[in-house]
Design a protein around this ligand. Sequence first.
Ligand code: AMP
Length: 209
Amino acid sequence: MNIVLLGAPGAGKGTQAAKLVSEYDIAHISTGDILRAAVKNMTPLGKEAKTYMDKGDLVPDYVVIGLVKERLQEKDTEKGFILDGFPRTTAQAVALTSELADLGRNIDAAIAVVVDPEVIVERLTSRRLCHACGHIGTAAITECPVCGGQMYQRDDDKPETVRNRLDVYEKSTAPLLDYYKGADLLVEVDGDRPVDTVFADIRAALAKN
Ligand code: AMP
């Protein structure tokens, strides 16, 4: 099963990706996670990416496309993968289609998790993550309920950056819904419901594939 997960930042892609990974035992490819790890380790890639990420802008296509192409060569992706946060531009979507064709693979479904922008602003500015295990929670908790780690706020979840990320999504990424609709791969799911309800819809849609 090869899945593309689309949706604005904060729509719940990361949460649904984690559930899909455990349900289908497929590889999780989150370009945001890869880039954040590079920033943390201060690699040349991380240094380049940080200037864009801090503002909520997109990292240039050639950088992200290169990263994903490399990641798709890894063995664990052969049993299937979920792309979370990629593609985010038409150029990335076209590059992905062509790379997968070269590898003799294809996308089974592009799932768009749809949430109203005002709900997203509220969700993102109150989102907190666990330093130790990555658990996603809210500002109401300071200690991770899963592992006891310290919760923190992502720099790009500050209100002014969130607004820019949503603008960037509308301009660059929302048009991809039409790209995947045209390829008859798009499944739209209402993401403004409890996590398990959203997941049940996604699972049902994938079962039809
Ligand atoms: P995310 O965790 O998916 O919200 O990504 C965090 C940040 O990483 C984004 O705001 C971008 O700056 C960068 N990023 C992640 N994925 C991509 C992508 N596919 N194309 C360009 N930039 C990306």
